[in-house]
Design a protein around this ligand. Sequence first.
Ligand code: GRF
Length: 192
Amino acid sequence: MALLTGFNKINTAIFISGTGSNLKSLIKFSKLKKSPITIGMIISNNPKSKGLKYAKINKIKKKVFNFNSTISEKKVINELKKDNINLICLAGFMKILSKEFIKNFNGKILNIHPSLLPKYKGLNTHVKAIKNKDKYSGCTVHLVNSKLDSGKIIDQKKVRINKLDTPETLAKKILVQEHKLYPEAIIKLLNL
Ligand code: GRF
């Protein structure tokens, strides 16, 4: 894929809104010799994101933007272009990016979603899966296009739903799989 140039690692930005456990796992992955990415920037729409602490711990540049206006998004685009960011990983990022933003990084934005897409786009995926008595749920990494949770699926992991599962226990089980899935999906994307 065009993203992979020579032996240089791909300069990647991670977008977060909350806890940042996927961010933490991606940072760990980026430090492996075999990893194709380096994390150049962490961006949050929420100044209180717990995940922002990983920027300090790992000496990664961090920026907070509210993403509430075209002007704010333009600032993000400029920041990313200035630092030659070539891949964006949305990791628990709770804002919907504009068409204009996506056009600027077409084919270079990934998202992780806690369901087996195309099932259960949007919020409350675990509640929906349990209510529907599904046997399995899971997580998906997909490319971001202008429709919510609808871009090309890169990879998925399945998780069995037990009778005793609540949305909370299911979320925990799926999160463990998300941490494995995101690095694998990045490698897969770059080899497509
Ligand atoms: C994950 O389940 C992700 O799929 C969803 O929000 C959660 C974020 O977790 N969109 P974290 O911030 O990476 O810990």
